[in-house]
Design a binder for this molecule. Structure first.
Ligand SMILES: C[S@@+](CC[C@H](N)C(=O)[O-])C[C@H]1O[C@@H](n2cnc3c(N)ncnc32)[C@H](O)[C@@H]1O
Length: 204
């Protein structure tokens, strides 16, 4: 990674801590980069921009001339994301769409080679259902936080207020691990990251 990119990412990490913005940790960021670099996608959808930290990691690894569409509902975070992404010189390749991702995804008309899901944890399966008819064959879907503090694999200790989220994350993992259209590996990295390859409708 180039020195100026490393410096900017460190600046974003500091901003995130100072302003209490949840972003990928370094280990998960490395996995995101490695998977993206391996896929060299031309068209990427990110659900959950925050301040653009993961957007920048994606941008550094897409195919030349590629585009990222990223969705975020928090207007203040979008302003900050735009500043950081402009500073990195990648804003021309990125479309940030403001709004509730669950509603925005259905209206998208692009086809995506890679989708990174990192927004409302209880909505992952809904996002996936809505994006499925927009996936290229062989598309990669990466979902962060799928093990949610370990409670998704062992839900005995889940506090009551998180039980619905945990159930919904379990439903997401059940779907991508059991549906023949997806090949999925769940990594323990960070809070758990699921990497699925969409095999196309022929495998239904
Ligand atoms: C974990 S943060 C994203 C972090 C970012 N992917 C990164 O690693 O740099 C989740 C973001 O999703 C946004 N979000 C949550 N629910 C959303 C929704 N329904 N629609 C759009 N954005 C949403 C939050 O405002 C938050 O900024």
């Amino acid at each position: 990674m180039k020195d100026n990119l490393i410096t900017l990412l460190a600046e974003m990490e500091e901003y995130a801590i100072a302003h209490n913005v949840p972003i990928l940790n370094r280990e998960s960021g490395q996995l995101l980069q490695a998977v993206t670099a391996g896929a060299t996608p031309k068209s990427v959808l990110e659900i959950g921009t925050a301040i653009g930290y993961s957007t920048l990691l994606l941008a550094a690894n897409i195919a030349p001339g590629g585009k990222i569409t990223t969705l975020e509902q928090d207007e203040n975070r979008i302003v900050v994301a735009r500043q950081f992404l402009a500073q990195a010189g990648v804003l021309d390749h990125i479309e940030i769409i403001a709004g509730n991702a669950g509603e925005v995804v259905s209206g998208l008309t692009d086809r995506f080679d890679l989708v990174f899901i990192d927004a409302a944890k209880g909505q992952y399966l809904d996002y996936l259902y809505k994006v499925m008819d927009k996936l290229s064959p062989g598309a990669i879907i990466i979902a962060d936080n799928v093990l949610f503090r370990g409670w998704v694999l062992d839900n005995q200790a889940t506090p009551r207020r998180f039980r619905t989220i945990v159930k919904r994350l379990q439903a997401y993992l059940d779907f991508v691990t059991n549906d023949a259209r997806f090949d999925t590996v769940v990594h323990q990295t960070g809070d758990g990251m699921a990497v699925s390859r969409y095999q196309g409708e022929a495998n239904k």
